[in-house]
Design a protein around this ligand. Structure first.
Ligand code: NAD
Length: 500
Protein backbone atom coordinates (compact mmCIF):
# COMPACT_ATOMS: atom_id res chain seq x y z
CA UNK A 1 0.00 0.00 0.00
CA UNK A 2 1.54 3.31 -1.00
CA UNK A 3 1.35 6.24 1.41
CA UNK A 4 -1.70 7.80 -0.14
CA UNK A 5 -3.85 4.70 -0.63
CA UNK A 6 -5.64 4.99 2.68
CA UNK A 7 -9.20 4.61 1.39
CA UNK A 8 -10.51 1.05 1.57
CA UNK A 9 -13.57 0.23 -0.54
CA UNK A 10 -14.91 -3.21 -1.43
CA UNK A 11 -11.73 -4.98 -0.39
CA UNK A 12 -9.28 -2.72 -2.27
CA UNK A 13 -6.99 0.07 -1.09
CA UNK A 14 -7.10 3.19 -3.21
CA UNK A 15 -6.18 6.84 -3.40
CA UNK A 16 -8.71 9.66 -3.73
CA UNK A 17 -10.18 9.83 -7.24
CA UNK A 18 -9.09 13.47 -7.43
CA UNK A 19 -5.59 12.56 -6.25
CA UNK A 20 -6.06 14.91 -3.30
CA UNK A 21 -3.96 14.24 -0.22
CA UNK A 22 -3.81 15.60 3.31
CA UNK A 23 -0.76 16.09 5.47
CA UNK A 24 -1.05 14.54 8.90
CA UNK A 25 1.09 16.54 11.32
CA UNK A 26 3.21 15.39 14.22
CA UNK A 27 1.86 17.49 17.11
CA UNK A 28 5.24 17.42 18.85
CA UNK A 29 6.93 19.56 16.18
CA UNK A 30 4.35 20.26 13.43
CA UNK A 31 6.37 18.27 10.88
CA UNK A 32 4.61 16.06 8.33
CA UNK A 33 4.08 12.61 9.78
CA UNK A 34 2.24 11.03 6.88
CA UNK A 35 0.09 11.72 3.86
CA UNK A 36 -3.41 10.33 3.59
CA UNK A 37 -5.88 10.28 0.74
CA UNK A 38 -8.42 13.07 0.96
CA UNK A 39 -11.67 11.32 0.13
CA UNK A 40 -14.83 13.16 -0.80
CA UNK A 41 -18.42 12.46 -1.75
CA UNK A 42 -17.45 10.16 -4.63
CA UNK A 43 -15.41 7.83 -2.42
CA UNK A 44 -18.03 7.98 0.33
CA UNK A 45 -20.80 6.95 -2.07
CA UNK A 46 -18.64 4.11 -3.42
CA UNK A 47 -17.94 2.91 0.13
CA UNK A 48 -21.63 3.01 1.08
CA UNK A 49 -22.55 1.15 -2.12
CA UNK A 50 -19.98 -1.55 -1.32
CA UNK A 51 -21.25 -1.87 2.26
CA UNK A 52 -24.84 -2.01 0.97
CA UNK A 53 -24.04 -4.82 -1.50
CA UNK A 54 -22.12 -6.74 1.15
CA UNK A 55 -25.06 -6.45 3.50
CA UNK A 56 -27.87 -7.17 1.04
CA UNK A 57 -26.25 -10.00 -0.89
CA UNK A 58 -22.97 -10.92 0.81
CA UNK A 59 -22.40 -13.72 3.30
CA UNK A 60 -21.51 -11.66 6.41
CA UNK A 61 -24.96 -11.00 7.94
CA UNK A 62 -25.76 -14.70 7.57
CA UNK A 63 -22.35 -15.98 8.70
CA UNK A 64 -22.75 -18.14 11.84
CA UNK A 65 -22.18 -16.15 14.99
CA UNK A 66 -19.30 -18.43 16.04
CA UNK A 67 -17.44 -17.57 12.82
CA UNK A 68 -18.00 -13.85 13.26
CA UNK A 69 -16.75 -14.14 16.84
CA UNK A 70 -13.70 -16.07 15.62
CA UNK A 71 -12.82 -13.22 13.27
CA UNK A 72 -13.03 -10.72 16.14
CA UNK A 73 -10.71 -12.93 18.19
CA UNK A 74 -8.24 -13.06 15.29
CA UNK A 75 -8.26 -9.26 15.18
CA UNK A 76 -7.53 -9.23 18.92
CA UNK A 77 -4.55 -11.54 18.36
CA UNK A 78 -3.24 -9.39 15.50
CA UNK A 79 -3.56 -6.26 17.64
CA UNK A 80 -1.38 -7.90 20.26
CA UNK A 81 1.08 -9.11 17.64
CA UNK A 82 1.46 -5.53 16.32
CA UNK A 83 1.05 -3.87 19.74
CA UNK A 84 4.28 -1.86 19.70
CA UNK A 85 3.90 -0.70 16.11
CA UNK A 86 0.30 0.42 16.57
CA UNK A 87 1.02 2.08 19.93
CA UNK A 88 3.79 4.04 18.22
CA UNK A 89 1.50 5.13 15.37
CA UNK A 90 -1.12 6.26 17.90
CA UNK A 91 1.42 8.07 20.05
CA UNK A 92 2.98 9.96 17.15
CA UNK A 93 -0.35 10.84 15.58
CA UNK A 94 -2.22 12.00 18.70
CA UNK A 95 0.75 13.17 20.77
CA UNK A 96 -0.13 10.89 23.69
CA UNK A 97 2.68 8.99 25.40
CA UNK A 98 3.79 5.66 24.03
CA UNK A 99 2.65 3.99 27.24
CA UNK A 100 -0.84 5.46 26.76
CA UNK A 101 -0.74 4.11 23.21
CA UNK A 102 0.04 0.64 24.58
CA UNK A 103 -2.80 0.89 27.08
CA UNK A 104 -5.14 1.85 24.22
CA UNK A 105 -4.10 -1.20 22.17
CA UNK A 106 -4.70 -3.47 25.17
CA UNK A 107 -8.12 -1.92 25.87
CA UNK A 108 -9.07 -2.31 22.23
CA UNK A 109 -7.96 -5.94 22.28
CA UNK A 110 -10.21 -6.49 25.31
CA UNK A 111 -13.13 -4.87 23.49
CA UNK A 112 -12.79 -7.20 20.47
CA UNK A 113 -12.63 -10.22 22.82
CA UNK A 114 -15.53 -8.99 24.90
CA UNK A 115 -17.87 -8.56 21.93
CA UNK A 116 -16.80 -11.93 20.51
CA UNK A 117 -17.85 -13.62 23.76
CA UNK A 118 -20.98 -11.52 24.20
CA UNK A 119 -22.42 -12.17 20.77
CA UNK A 120 -21.97 -15.92 21.15
CA UNK A 121 -23.70 -15.86 24.53
CA UNK A 122 -26.52 -13.61 23.34
CA UNK A 123 -27.20 -15.09 19.92
CA UNK A 124 -30.26 -17.17 20.84
CA UNK A 125 -33.77 -15.81 20.44
CA UNK A 126 -36.10 -15.18 23.38
CA UNK A 127 -39.16 -17.37 23.40
CA UNK A 128 -42.25 -15.46 24.49
CA UNK A 129 -45.25 -17.13 26.10
CA UNK A 130 -48.10 -16.14 23.82
CA UNK A 131 -50.71 -17.75 26.08
CA UNK A 132 -51.57 -20.60 23.72
CA UNK A 133 -49.87 -23.89 22.84
CA UNK A 134 -50.79 -23.17 19.22
CA UNK A 135 -48.57 -20.13 19.03
CA UNK A 136 -44.82 -20.17 18.84
CA UNK A 137 -43.53 -16.67 19.53
CA UNK A 138 -39.86 -15.75 19.53
CA UNK A 139 -37.90 -12.48 19.53
CA UNK A 140 -34.68 -12.69 17.51
CA UNK A 141 -31.96 -10.13 16.87
CA UNK A 142 -30.75 -9.16 13.44
CA UNK A 143 -28.13 -6.70 12.23
CA UNK A 144 -29.30 -3.16 11.50
CA UNK A 145 -27.60 -2.97 8.09
CA UNK A 146 -25.05 -0.49 6.79
CA UNK A 147 -23.45 1.45 9.66
CA UNK A 148 -21.64 4.77 9.28
CA UNK A 149 -19.04 5.13 12.02
CA UNK A 150 -17.56 8.58 12.61
CA UNK A 151 -14.78 9.01 15.16
CA UNK A 152 -12.81 11.83 16.86
CA UNK A 153 -9.08 12.54 17.16
CA UNK A 154 -8.39 11.95 20.83
CA UNK A 155 -8.79 8.15 21.06
CA UNK A 156 -8.97 7.19 17.39
CA UNK A 157 -8.18 3.48 17.74
CA UNK A 158 -10.30 3.03 20.83
CA UNK A 159 -13.34 4.85 19.48
CA UNK A 160 -13.14 3.01 16.16
CA UNK A 161 -12.99 -0.34 17.96
CA UNK A 162 -15.88 0.39 20.31
CA UNK A 163 -17.97 0.76 17.15
CA UNK A 164 -16.42 -1.76 14.73
CA UNK A 165 -16.32 -4.72 17.16
CA UNK A 166 -20.04 -4.70 18.08
CA UNK A 167 -21.09 -3.73 14.53
CA UNK A 168 -19.28 -6.75 13.08
CA UNK A 169 -20.30 -9.07 15.92
CA UNK A 170 -23.95 -8.28 15.18
CA UNK A 171 -23.48 -8.96 11.44
CA UNK A 172 -23.52 -5.43 10.03
CA UNK A 173 -21.36 -3.91 7.33
CA UNK A 174 -19.77 -0.51 7.85
CA UNK A 175 -18.07 2.56 6.50
CA UNK A 176 -15.75 4.26 8.97
CA UNK A 177 -14.54 7.84 8.78
CA UNK A 178 -11.78 8.64 11.25
CA UNK A 179 -10.91 12.20 12.22
CA UNK A 180 -8.87 13.93 9.55
CA UNK A 181 -6.53 15.06 12.35
CA UNK A 182 -5.52 11.54 13.47
CA UNK A 183 -6.52 8.93 10.86
CA UNK A 184 -3.43 6.69 10.99
CA UNK A 185 -4.32 4.01 13.56
CA UNK A 186 -7.71 3.44 11.90
CA UNK A 187 -5.86 2.66 8.67
CA UNK A 188 -3.75 0.16 10.66
CA UNK A 189 -6.86 -1.38 12.18
CA UNK A 190 -8.45 -1.76 8.74
CA UNK A 191 -5.28 -3.52 7.58
CA UNK A 192 -5.66 -6.01 10.47
CA UNK A 193 -9.35 -6.59 9.73
CA UNK A 194 -8.42 -7.48 6.16
CA UNK A 195 -5.64 -9.78 7.35
CA UNK A 196 -8.07 -11.45 9.76
CA UNK A 197 -10.25 -12.37 6.76
CA UNK A 198 -13.04 -9.80 6.71
CA UNK A 199 -14.89 -10.33 3.40
CA UNK A 200 -14.65 -7.54 0.80
CA UNK A 201 -17.20 -4.77 1.27
CA UNK A 202 -18.01 -5.61 4.89
CA UNK A 203 -15.59 -3.02 6.26
CA UNK A 204 -14.86 0.20 4.33
CA UNK A 205 -12.79 3.21 5.28
CA UNK A 206 -12.84 6.72 3.87
CA UNK A 207 -10.22 9.18 5.07
CA UNK A 208 -11.25 12.80 4.60
CA UNK A 209 -12.87 15.82 6.18
CA UNK A 210 -15.97 15.98 8.37
CA UNK A 211 -17.65 17.84 5.56
CA UNK A 212 -18.04 16.31 2.97
CA UNK A 213 -17.26 12.70 4.10
CA UNK A 214 -18.93 12.63 7.54
CA UNK A 215 -21.77 14.86 6.42
CA UNK A 216 -22.50 12.64 3.40
CA UNK A 217 -22.49 9.51 5.56
CA UNK A 218 -24.93 11.08 8.00
CA UNK A 219 -27.43 12.02 5.31
CA UNK A 220 -26.90 9.05 2.96
CA UNK A 221 -30.21 7.29 2.25
CA UNK A 222 -28.49 3.90 1.96
CA UNK A 223 -27.02 4.09 5.46
CA UNK A 224 -29.18 2.52 8.20
CA UNK A 225 -27.36 3.71 11.30
CA UNK A 226 -24.87 6.43 12.13
CA UNK A 227 -22.76 6.12 15.23
CA UNK A 228 -20.88 9.32 15.94
CA UNK A 229 -18.31 10.20 18.59
CA UNK A 230 -17.13 13.78 18.66
CA UNK A 231 -18.08 17.29 19.72
CA UNK A 232 -21.55 18.62 20.47
CA UNK A 233 -21.66 20.95 17.45
CA UNK A 234 -20.83 18.23 14.91
CA UNK A 235 -23.07 15.71 16.72
CA UNK A 236 -26.02 18.07 16.42
CA UNK A 237 -25.34 18.42 12.67
CA UNK A 238 -25.16 14.65 12.30
CA UNK A 239 -28.48 14.17 14.04
CA UNK A 240 -30.17 16.75 11.82
CA UNK A 241 -28.65 15.26 8.67
CA UNK A 242 -29.79 11.77 9.69
CA UNK A 243 -33.37 12.86 10.27
CA UNK A 244 -34.50 12.94 6.63
CA UNK A 245 -33.84 9.24 6.16
CA UNK A 246 -34.86 8.38 9.76
CA UNK A 247 -31.71 6.39 10.32
CA UNK A 248 -30.77 5.21 13.76
CA UNK A 249 -28.49 7.66 15.53
CA UNK A 250 -26.03 6.98 18.34
CA UNK A 251 -24.09 9.95 19.70
CA UNK A 252 -21.15 10.00 22.10
CA UNK A 253 -20.45 13.66 22.67
CA UNK A 254 -18.52 15.78 25.10
CA UNK A 255 -18.38 16.10 28.85
CA UNK A 256 -17.71 18.64 31.59
CA UNK A 257 -16.96 16.21 34.30
CA UNK A 258 -17.00 17.01 38.03
CA UNK A 259 -14.54 15.53 40.48
CA UNK A 260 -16.11 16.05 43.92
CA UNK A 261 -13.72 15.79 46.88
CA UNK A 262 -14.97 15.74 50.48
CA UNK A 263 -12.66 16.73 53.33
CA UNK A 264 -13.10 13.31 54.97
CA UNK A 265 -11.36 11.71 51.93
CA UNK A 266 -8.28 13.73 52.88
CA UNK A 267 -8.32 13.01 56.62
CA UNK A 268 -5.31 10.70 56.46
CA UNK A 269 -2.04 11.41 54.65
CA UNK A 270 -2.63 8.42 52.40
CA UNK A 271 -6.18 9.53 51.60
CA UNK A 272 -5.03 13.06 50.82
CA UNK A 273 -2.19 11.84 48.61
CA UNK A 274 -4.49 9.48 46.71
CA UNK A 275 -7.20 12.09 46.11
CA UNK A 276 -4.65 14.67 44.89
CA UNK A 277 -2.86 12.15 42.72
CA UNK A 278 -6.08 11.01 41.09
CA UNK A 279 -7.34 14.57 40.61
CA UNK A 280 -4.12 15.21 38.70
CA UNK A 281 -4.63 12.13 36.60
CA UNK A 282 -8.30 12.95 36.04
CA UNK A 283 -7.49 16.39 34.61
CA UNK A 284 -4.16 16.06 32.85
CA UNK A 285 -3.81 12.63 31.29
CA UNK A 286 -3.49 13.06 27.51
CA UNK A 287 -3.25 16.80 28.25
CA UNK A 288 -6.91 16.85 29.23
CA UNK A 289 -8.04 15.81 25.76
CA UNK A 290 -10.32 13.15 27.18
CA UNK A 291 -14.12 13.27 26.95
CA UNK A 292 -14.33 12.11 30.58
CA UNK A 293 -11.54 14.39 31.85
CA UNK A 294 -12.13 15.51 35.42
CA UNK A 295 -11.75 19.14 34.44
CA UNK A 296 -13.91 20.52 37.27
CA UNK A 297 -12.51 20.02 40.76
CA UNK A 298 -15.30 20.60 43.28
CA UNK A 299 -13.62 20.46 46.65
CA UNK A 300 -14.91 20.98 50.20
CA UNK A 301 -13.97 24.45 51.39
CA UNK A 302 -12.24 23.32 54.60
CA UNK A 303 -9.61 21.36 52.70
CA UNK A 304 -9.48 23.39 49.49
CA UNK A 305 -6.36 25.50 50.19
CA UNK A 306 -4.21 22.55 51.15
CA UNK A 307 -5.59 20.42 48.31
CA UNK A 308 -5.08 23.01 45.59
CA UNK A 309 -1.59 23.91 46.82
CA UNK A 310 -0.46 20.30 46.58
CA UNK A 311 -2.22 19.82 43.26
CA UNK A 312 -0.51 22.88 41.75
CA UNK A 313 2.88 21.80 43.15
CA UNK A 314 2.55 18.41 41.48
CA UNK A 315 1.06 19.79 38.25
CA UNK A 316 4.15 21.98 37.84
CA UNK A 317 6.34 18.87 37.96
CA UNK A 318 4.55 17.00 35.14
CA UNK A 319 7.16 16.28 32.50
CA UNK A 320 5.96 17.56 29.14
CA UNK A 321 7.50 16.42 25.89
CA UNK A 322 7.26 14.31 22.79
CA UNK A 323 5.07 11.32 23.67
CA UNK A 324 7.56 8.81 22.33
CA UNK A 325 10.43 10.08 24.57
CA UNK A 326 11.26 7.93 27.56
CA UNK A 327 10.19 9.50 30.85
CA UNK A 328 7.78 11.98 29.30
CA UNK A 329 4.50 12.04 31.24
CA UNK A 330 2.38 14.26 29.03
CA UNK A 331 2.48 15.00 25.33
CA UNK A 332 1.47 18.04 23.30
CA UNK A 333 -2.03 19.07 22.36
CA UNK A 334 -3.17 17.54 19.12
CA UNK A 335 -3.17 20.62 16.90
CA UNK A 336 -2.54 24.35 16.63
CA UNK A 337 -6.31 24.87 16.81
CA UNK A 338 -6.52 22.98 20.10
CA UNK A 339 -3.62 25.00 21.51
CA UNK A 340 -5.26 28.29 20.56
CA UNK A 341 -8.56 27.13 22.04
CA UNK A 342 -6.81 26.31 25.33
CA UNK A 343 -5.12 29.71 25.41
CA UNK A 344 -8.46 31.37 24.76
CA UNK A 345 -10.14 29.56 27.68
CA UNK A 346 -7.39 30.52 30.11
CA UNK A 347 -7.54 34.15 28.97
CA UNK A 348 -11.33 34.25 29.35
CA UNK A 349 -11.16 32.70 32.85
CA UNK A 350 -8.65 35.30 34.01
CA UNK A 351 -10.69 38.10 32.44
CA UNK A 352 -13.72 36.79 34.36
CA UNK A 353 -11.86 37.00 37.66
CA UNK A 354 -10.37 33.53 38.18
CA UNK A 355 -6.84 33.18 39.61
CA UNK A 356 -4.05 31.23 38.02
CA UNK A 357 -2.33 28.76 40.38
CA UNK A 358 0.04 27.21 37.87
CA UNK A 359 0.59 26.87 34.13
CA UNK A 360 -1.37 29.26 31.98
CA UNK A 361 1.19 29.41 29.20
CA UNK A 362 3.27 27.43 26.75
CA UNK A 363 6.42 25.87 28.25
CA UNK A 364 9.94 26.95 27.42
CA UNK A 365 11.10 24.97 24.36
CA UNK A 366 13.65 22.22 24.95
CA UNK A 367 15.12 19.23 23.13
CA UNK A 368 12.11 17.10 24.05
CA UNK A 369 9.67 20.01 23.53
CA UNK A 370 10.38 21.73 20.19
CA UNK A 371 9.12 25.30 19.91
CA UNK A 372 7.01 24.29 16.92
CA UNK A 373 5.13 21.64 18.98
CA UNK A 374 1.68 22.29 20.45
CA UNK A 375 2.68 22.13 24.11
CA UNK A 376 0.80 23.81 26.93
CA UNK A 377 1.56 23.63 30.65
CA UNK A 378 -0.87 21.85 32.98
CA UNK A 379 -2.96 24.69 34.33
CA UNK A 380 -4.86 25.03 37.61
CA UNK A 381 -7.30 27.92 37.96
CA UNK A 382 -9.01 28.71 41.27
CA UNK A 383 -11.73 31.12 42.30
CA UNK A 384 -13.98 29.72 39.60
CA UNK A 385 -17.75 29.86 39.54
CA UNK A 386 -20.35 28.31 37.33
CA UNK A 387 -21.07 31.35 35.20
CA UNK A 388 -17.54 31.30 33.77
CA UNK A 389 -17.10 30.01 30.25
CA UNK A 390 -14.16 27.84 31.34
CA UNK A 391 -16.44 26.08 33.85
CA UNK A 392 -19.39 25.63 31.52
CA UNK A 393 -17.75 24.61 28.24
CA UNK A 394 -15.67 21.59 27.42
CA UNK A 395 -12.12 22.96 27.06
CA UNK A 396 -10.50 19.69 26.00
CA UNK A 397 -7.15 20.98 27.17
CA UNK A 398 -4.92 20.75 30.28
CA UNK A 399 -7.08 23.12 32.35
CA UNK A 400 -8.41 22.26 35.80
CA UNK A 401 -10.89 24.67 37.37
CA UNK A 402 -11.50 24.74 41.11
CA UNK A 403 -14.86 25.39 42.78
CA UNK A 404 -15.61 24.93 46.49
CA UNK A 405 -18.63 23.78 48.51
CA UNK A 406 -19.76 23.54 52.13
CA UNK A 407 -22.66 21.07 52.08
CA UNK A 408 -23.56 17.86 50.30
CA UNK A 409 -26.46 19.53 48.54
CA UNK A 410 -24.19 22.29 47.30
CA UNK A 411 -21.69 19.72 45.99
CA UNK A 412 -24.41 17.85 44.13
CA UNK A 413 -25.89 21.03 42.67
CA UNK A 414 -22.50 22.10 41.34
CA UNK A 415 -21.68 18.65 39.98
CA UNK A 416 -24.97 18.42 38.12
CA UNK A 417 -24.92 22.00 36.85
CA UNK A 418 -23.79 21.18 33.33
CA UNK A 419 -25.60 20.59 30.05
CA UNK A 420 -23.45 17.48 29.69
CA UNK A 421 -23.61 14.33 31.81
CA UNK A 422 -20.85 11.97 30.78
CA UNK A 423 -18.90 11.11 33.91
CA UNK A 424 -18.09 12.26 37.42
CA UNK A 425 -16.45 11.15 40.63
CA UNK A 426 -16.99 11.50 44.35
CA UNK A 427 -14.24 11.11 46.94
CA UNK A 428 -15.28 10.37 50.51
CA UNK A 429 -14.20 8.08 53.35
CA UNK A 430 -17.88 7.78 54.29
CA UNK A 431 -19.28 4.98 52.13
CA UNK A 432 -22.91 5.84 52.82
CA UNK A 433 -22.33 9.47 51.81
CA UNK A 434 -20.39 8.52 48.68
CA UNK A 435 -23.16 6.19 47.52
CA UNK A 436 -25.84 8.74 48.38
CA UNK A 437 -24.11 11.27 46.18
CA UNK A 438 -23.39 8.79 43.39
CA UNK A 439 -27.11 8.06 43.26
CA UNK A 440 -27.88 11.74 42.71
CA UNK A 441 -25.25 12.51 40.06
CA UNK A 442 -26.76 12.85 36.59
CA UNK A 443 -23.84 11.33 34.70
CA UNK A 444 -23.47 8.13 32.68
CA UNK A 445 -20.48 6.90 34.68
CA UNK A 446 -19.87 7.66 38.34
CA UNK A 447 -16.67 6.72 40.09
CA UNK A 448 -16.46 6.44 43.87
CA UNK A 449 -12.91 7.00 45.14
CA UNK A 450 -11.45 6.53 41.68
CA UNK A 451 -11.32 8.28 38.32
CA UNK A 452 -11.22 7.14 34.68
CA UNK A 453 -11.43 3.33 34.73
CA UNK A 454 -14.01 1.77 32.48
CA UNK A 455 -14.84 -1.85 31.72
CA UNK A 456 -15.82 -3.31 28.34
CA UNK A 457 -18.65 -5.12 30.16
CA UNK A 458 -20.13 -1.86 31.48
CA UNK A 459 -22.04 0.65 29.37
CA UNK A 460 -20.33 3.92 28.48
CA UNK A 461 -22.20 7.06 27.46
CA UNK A 462 -23.86 10.14 28.74
CA UNK A 463 -26.92 11.86 30.12
CA UNK A 464 -28.05 15.20 28.70
CA UNK A 465 -26.05 16.61 25.82
CA UNK A 466 -23.32 14.01 26.29
CA UNK A 467 -25.20 11.91 23.81
CA UNK A 468 -27.74 9.29 22.87
CA UNK A 469 -27.26 5.59 23.46
CA UNK A 470 -24.41 3.65 25.01
CA UNK A 471 -21.24 1.97 23.84
CA UNK A 472 -19.74 -1.16 25.43
CA UNK A 473 -21.68 -3.64 27.55
CA UNK A 474 -24.76 -5.48 26.29
CA UNK A 475 -26.34 -2.15 25.28
CA UNK A 476 -23.30 -1.44 23.11
CA UNK A 477 -24.15 -4.57 21.11
CA UNK A 478 -27.89 -3.88 21.14
CA UNK A 479 -27.26 -0.54 19.35
CA UNK A 480 -26.24 -2.55 16.28
CA UNK A 481 -29.19 -4.93 16.32
CA UNK A 482 -32.83 -4.84 15.36
CA UNK A 483 -35.25 -6.85 17.45
CA UNK A 484 -37.67 -8.94 15.38
CA UNK A 485 -40.72 -10.68 16.76
CA UNK A 486 -41.59 -13.86 14.85
CA UNK A 487 -45.11 -15.01 15.72
CA UNK A 488 -45.93 -18.43 14.36
CA UNK A 489 -49.44 -19.82 14.40
CA UNK A 490 -49.20 -23.62 14.46
CA UNK A 491 -52.98 -24.09 13.91
CA UNK A 492 -54.19 -21.25 11.68
CA UNK A 493 -57.97 -20.82 11.48
CA UNK A 494 -60.27 -18.08 10.16
CA UNK A 495 -60.81 -15.27 12.70
CA UNK A 496 -64.29 -14.30 11.32
CA UNK A 497 -63.85 -10.66 12.31
CA UNK A 498 -65.79 -9.84 9.17
CA UNK A 499 -68.98 -11.74 8.82
CA UNK A 500 -69.41 -11.65 4.98
P1 NAD B 1 -15.44 16.82 16.06
O1 NAD B 1 -16.89 16.87 16.36
O2 NAD B 1 -14.76 18.01 15.55
O3 NAD B 1 -15.12 15.66 15.00
C1 NAD B 1 -15.51 14.32 15.24
C2 NAD B 1 -15.65 13.62 13.92
O4 NAD B 1 -16.77 14.18 13.23
C3 NAD B 1 -14.45 13.79 12.99
O5 NAD B 1 -14.23 12.60 12.28
C4 NAD B 1 -14.91 14.91 12.06
O6 NAD B 1 -14.27 14.90 10.82
C5 NAD B 1 -16.38 14.57 11.91
N1 NAD B 1 -17.25 15.68 11.50
C6 NAD B 1 -17.04 17.00 11.62
N2 NAD B 1 -18.08 17.68 11.12
C7 NAD B 1 -18.98 16.77 10.68
C8 NAD B 1 -20.26 16.85 10.07
N3 NAD B 1 -20.84 18.01 9.79
N4 NAD B 1 -20.89 15.70 9.79
C9 NAD B 1 -20.34 14.51 10.08
N5 NAD B 1 -19.13 14.37 10.62
C10 NAD B 1 -18.45 15.48 10.95
O7 NAD B 1 -14.77 16.29 17.42
P2 NAD B 1 -13.22 16.14 17.69
O8 NAD B 1 -12.71 17.51 17.93
O9 NAD B 1 -12.60 15.26 16.69
O10 NAD B 1 -13.23 15.31 19.06
C11 NAD B 1 -13.34 15.89 20.29
C12 NAD B 1 -14.75 15.71 20.82
O11 NAD B 1 -15.08 14.33 20.89
C13 NAD B 1 -14.89 16.22 22.22
O12 NAD B 1 -16.07 16.96 22.34
C14 NAD B 1 -14.98 14.97 23.05
O13 NAD B 1 -15.64 15.11 24.28
C15 NAD B 1 -15.68 14.03 22.13
N6 NAD B 1 -15.46 12.66 22.54
C16 NAD B 1 -16.48 11.99 23.18
C17 NAD B 1 -16.27 10.69 23.60
C18 NAD B 1 -17.36 9.93 24.33
O14 NAD B 1 -17.19 8.74 24.55
N7 NAD B 1 -18.46 10.55 24.71
C19 NAD B 1 -15.05 10.07 23.37
C20 NAD B 1 -14.06 10.77 22.72
C21 NAD B 1 -14.28 12.07 22.30
Amino acid sequence: MSAVETIHVDGAWRAAASGAQREVLDPADASTLALVAEGGTEETDAAVAAARRAFDSGPWPRTPVAERAALLRRVAELLQRDREEIALVESRDTGKTLEEGRVDVDCVTDAFRYFADLVVNESGGRVVDAGSPDIHSVVVHEPVGVCALITPWNYPLLQASWKIAPALAAGNTFVIKPSEVTPLSTVELMRLLVEAGLPAGVGNLVTGAGDPVGARLAEHPQVDLVSFTGGLASGTRVMKAAADSVKKVALELGGKNPNVVFADACATDEGFDTAVDQALNAAFIHSGQVCSAGSRLIVEESVADRFVAELARRAERIRLGRGTEKGVECGPLVSAAQLEKTEGYVASALAEGARLRCGGRRPEPSAERPATGYFYLPTVIEGCHREMRVVREETFGPILTVETFRTEDEAIALANDTEYGLAGAVWSADTARARRIAARLRHGTVWINDFHPYLPQAEWGGFGKSGIGRELGPTGLAEYREAKHVYENLRPRPVRWFAG
